[in-house]
Design a protein around this ligand. Structure first.
Ligand code: ADP
Length: 696
């Protein structure tokens, strides 16, 4: 069974896709670069070849010129020989003078010989430029060549030539020579010996250019004699050769020309083409770099967009954009989920389907104001929206102008936070706070009950003793109606006092509606005073109440603030309820000044808006360890304490916008101080008016 190909793994697939996209992206560039290279290569090569052709053609022309020159020279020489031959014949003897003159004029000739019809030497003359080259023996060696030339010359009736041959000159050297033979009319022969090299120097030399070398060569390329500049290394050689058909022999003239190597940029054309090519390649490189940069920018942009999209999709904050006409242009998934409408249902709509019907008109007006350039609260505003199913929910909206890349406003961007859960939690916490306060109050009541029993024993005992006294009076012999009446009045007074005690507890416990009202500080203190006094009496403490004059009322929830005062006073009493304190004094003081936690107390106007309540004792004081955990719920140092008092006090004060702080009292004890906002802003008072009134 054939094995099934395994499905490629995800990383392999990704790598493959990346490779393919890379190949697609670079393929065209590679192709373009390749084509340009081929094109440029061809152009440069063609230009080079054209140049080489031209050089070759020039060399061929030079060679033809050299050949023509050589022929002409040989022809003229033949005529001179002819003249000498005629001279010799006419005289019947060897014209030595003329021969010597000719040899002086023609450096290419090595020797002139006059030979009889049997080729026997009659007379000879040697070139004055060379030491005597030929002895008879050496000459005998050339006899065959001389015979060949003379036979051809005789046959043709003019000057004929022998093939070149080597003549040793002694000391291991020699030279290449060629015989030219002419038959005079009397049958005698005139033989001229040409030095091949000399021939080249004399007859071709003048036409030679620099950088050229001219040579007689064998058909196989072997050079017989060479003239010209020696070949430079690193140069390129052009060669041209032509056959010179002379009577009796065929010579080959070979001309070598060379040019500097490398011969890539031989002339302007090639230079120009190369320059253009370099420019083209540079442009190509720049273009490629530019494209790469563009691609990178595109990739970065795509990454940024993907990042943005992921961010917008993942946030739980709803986002919505509107154009300047109020039409929705964008909404993120969180917004769609919040209102329950799909993006398609929202896009392009100027009337929002998530506006509650009863509020739509108001929202429309708000939007019109906004579009007209109305100001936007930076901290956002709360509104009510409607889900698709009709349920309403509170949202917190932050709006900001939407600017495009040119910093021109194109609409509005809004962020929405669904605060229904937050509201629910707040409601829950408020309810639990209330429950906690109720339990704290009940705990206080528990304490009160023991105080109450202690407090009620006095009036009840007084009532009982007055009642016993009254009964005794009734049983007595003398009627004493006045005393009886007084005893009954006392009973009534004591019963009234007991009733008052019970009423004050009852008032405190009774749950009243939580409403804020303006209450004078005096009234607040008076309300708790009976209860505080109960405890003071038990502890044996004095209560000092110090109120600044002309104090304004404070806006507060009366029940809660009374409880704060009661708690603080009770804590103060407890702190003083230790042995070793002789004079126990609780001071409740109300004055202008203070502030909330956040406001700076420096400004006098601000300070006068606040009233500071302080409850000071001269008790045991608060250690650093206790201070660190003082406001922690359920922290207590008392065996029967609940540890809720101070934490609730602080919550209540902060709910009223104030602050609850404490500090050490002098010389001992503690001062708890809290602030409440005055009901009406008060004008600053002159210092004299700040005289204090003391109540005990
Ligand atoms: P509780 O009175 O039920 O113990 P509180 O929250 O009112 O709960 O007080 C917490 C603790 O703070 C008290 O147990 C006490 O140790 C300390 N404390 C409160 N007020 C004073 C004070 N005026 N002087 C000394 N210690 C105090």
């Amino acid at each position: 069974m054939a094995a099934l190909p395994l499905p490629p793994t995800a990383p392999a697939r990704q790598a493959f896709a990346r490779l393919r996209s890379l190949w697609q992206r670079w393929f065209l560039w590679l192709l373009l670069a390749l084509l340009v290279m081929v094109l440029l290569g061809t152009v440069v090569w063609l230009a080079g070849r054209h140049e080489a052709d031209q050089v070759q053609a020039a060399l061929d022309r030079d060679t033809s010129d050299a050949v023509a020159e050589l022929r002409g020279g040989l022809q003229r020489n033949a005529q001179s020989l002819n003249a000498l031959a005629n001279d010799a014949r006419a005289r019947g003897s060897w014209p030595a003078e003329e021969a010597a003159g000719l040899l002086r004029a023609h450096r290419e000739w090595l020797r002139l010989e006059w030979r009889d019809p049997q080729l026997k030497l009659r007379a000879a003359a040697d070139s004055p430029y060379l030491a005597r080259l030929f002895d008879e023996a050496a000459r005998e060696a050339s006899r065959a060549d001389i015979a060949l030339a003379c036979t051809s010359g005789a046959k043709l009736g003019g000057t004929a030539y022998s093939p070149s041959h080597y003549v040793p000159t002694g000391e291991g050297s020699g030279m290449e020579v060629m015989e030219a033979c002419l038959q005079a009319e009397d049958g005698s022969y005139l033989v001229a010996t040409y030095a091949m090299r000399g021939t080249l120097i004399e007859l071709v030399g003048p036409t030679l250019r620099r950088g050229q070398e001219v040579a007689f060569a064998e058909p196989d390329g072997t050079r017989l004699a060479t003239v010209g500049a020696p070949r430079r290394s690193g140069s390129r050689i052009f060669t041209s050769q032509q056959l010179i058909d002379l009577p009796g022999v065929t010579l080959m003239l070979r001309v070598d020309g060379w040019r500097a190597e490398p011969d890539l940029f031989p002339n302007l054309l090639t230079g120009l083409v190369t320059g253009v090519s370099i420019a083209l390649i540079s442009v190509l490189v720049l273009l490629a770099r530019d494209t790469r940069r563009r691609l990178k920018a595109e990739r970065d942009l795509a990454d940024t967009l993907a990042f943005r999209k992921a961010m917008e999709d993942s946030v739980i904050t709803g986002l919505r954009a509107r154009d300047l006409q109020g039409r929705i242009t964008y909404a993120n998934p969180a917004f769609c989920a919040m209102v329950g409408f799909s993006l398609d249902e929202l896009i392009g709509r100027a009337d929002a389907p998530y506006w509650p019907t009863e509020l739509a008109h108001e929202y429309q007006q708000r939007q019109t104001r906004r579009l007209a350039g109305g100001s936007l609260p930076r901290e956002g505003f709360e509104s009510v929206y409607m889900r698709r199913d009709g349920t309403r929910f509170p949202v917190l909206i932050f709006e900001a102008p939407l600017l495009n890349a040119q910093r021109v406003q194109t609409g509005w961007m809004s962020a929405f936070i669904d605060v229904s859960e937050q509201r629910r939690v707040e409601e829950l916490s408020r309810a639990s706070q209330e429950r906690l306060q109720a339990s704290a109050r009940l705990a206080t009541v528990g304490e009160m009950a023991s105080l109450l029993s202690h407090e009620l024993t006095q009036p009840l005992a007084a009532i009982a003793s007055y009642a016993t006294g009254s009964l005794n009076l009734l049983d007595g012999p003398d009627e004493a109606p006045q005393e009886l009446a007084m005893a009954l009045r006392r009973i009534g007074e004591q019963a009234e006092r007991a009733g008052q005690v019970i009423r004050s507890v009852h008032d405190f416990v009774r749950r009243r509606d939580r409403t804020r009202e303006a209450v004078s500080p005096r009234a607040l203190i008076d309300a708790v005073l009976p209860l505080v006094q109960l405890q003071a009496r038990k502890v044996g403490a004095r209560i000092d109440i110090v109120l600044e004059r002309d104090l304004p009322a404070v806006t507060c929830d009366r029940t809660l603030v009374e409880q704060v005062l009661l708690n603080l006073a009770r804590n103060a009493m407890q702190a003083m309820d230790v042995p070793g304190i002789d004079e126990r004094v609780l001071t409740i003081r109300v004055a202008h000044g203070g502030g909330s936690n956040s406001s700076s107390p420096d400004s006098a106007g601000e300070a006068r808006r606040w009233l500071a309540f302080s409850v000071a004792d001269i008790g045991i004081g608060i250690s650093t360890e206790v201070a660190a955990r003082l406001f922690t719920p359920f922290f207590t140092t008392r065996s029967d304490g609940m540890g809720l008092g101070l934490s609730l006090c602080r919550t209540v004060v902060e709910q009223h916008g104030g602050a609850l702080l404490f500090e050490a009292n002098r010389p001992r004890g503690t001062v708890f101080r809290f602030t409440l906002l005055a009901a009406v802003p008060v004008a600053p008072l002159p210092l004299a008016a700040l005289a204090e009134s003391t109540l005990s």
